[in-house]
Design a protein around this ligand. Structure first.
Ligand code: G3P
Ligand code: CA
Length: 235
């Protein structure tokens, strides 16, 4: 079962920063998950629509230029990272889940993704691109069938599954409170991997491992590694 650092090891380091991603790998994560916005100049790694919770800035992310955003402190005096900087933290065995929170257009987003891959030298086969906005994923699937896609669903597991199948996704990503054994089985029968967010409690980690899910997003990769190893799910 894969352990994916949710916004990095975000309990112990500022979320969606380079230190959080490096810490996730140091804590034994198999990969990382992070959130992205497309700006005119580049793709940045950031979760909220507004700056207040995680930086010393104010207002909406999209009302700022890249230069303005890069002057902010995203925690422990770190900049909001660019996509290529985060991909550069991953070795070629790590799974990198890019969640698209916002894009300007699928074509411009794909151009920026390709540039980030080139700059970071990351292997595109290790990328998993997800979003709650399945329309974007469907367009990406049509243009770039080589990329792995993950359909995110927050409320209806049924709808998420149908949508994942329709776009020929690699995976379906269920919220912890909607997943159950039935949906895991259906997804596997349809050839989809099942990932679950956000899983921080050892009891949930063990329950999901017993259900046969393929991976979890967790803010605490070290706890996940220890729990699943002790319970015999990982060696
Ligand atoms: O990708 C799983 C999870 O991160 C989705 O929710 O709000 O934490 O981005 P959120
Ligand atoms: Ca996310």
């Amino acid at each position: 079962m894969w352990i994916l650092g949710h916004r990095g090891a975000s309990r112990d380091a500022p979320e969606n920063t380079l230190s959080a991603f490096k810490l996730a790998f140091a804590q034994g994560a198999d990969g990382i998950e992070f959130d992205t916005y497309e700006l005119a100049e580049d793709i940045i790694v950031f979760h909220d629509k507004t700056l207040t919770r995680t930086t010393n800035g104010q207002g909406e992310v999209l009302d700022h230029s890249l230069a303005q955003l890069r002057q902010l402190d995203a925690g422990e005096r770190q900049q909001i990272p660019l996509l290529n900087e985060v991909l550069g933290c991953c070795d070629n065995t790590a799974l990198c889940n890019i969640e698209i929170k916002q894009l300007a257009s699928v074509d411009s987003w794909l151009c920026k993704l390709d540039r980030a891959l080139q700059l970071s030298q990351m292997n595109p086969a290790r990328l998993l691109i997800s979003s709650f906005t399945h329309g974007w994923l469907q367009q990406i699937a049509q243009r770039r069938p080589d990329l792995c896609l993950g359909a995110l669903t927050a409320t209806s597991a049924e709808t998420g599954l149908k949508s994942a199948m329709a776009m020929n996704a690699y995976s379906v990503h269920f919220a912890l409170d909607v997943v159950d054994e039935r949906y895991v089985k259906h997804a596997h029968q349809a050839g989809l991997k099942v990932l679950v967010y956000t899983v921080d409690l050892p009891a949930d980690m063990q329950r999901l491992a017993a259900m046969g899910v393929d991976g979890i997003f967790t803010n605490v990769p070290a706890i996940a590694r220890q729990t699943l190893t002790d319970a015999g799910y990982l060696s």
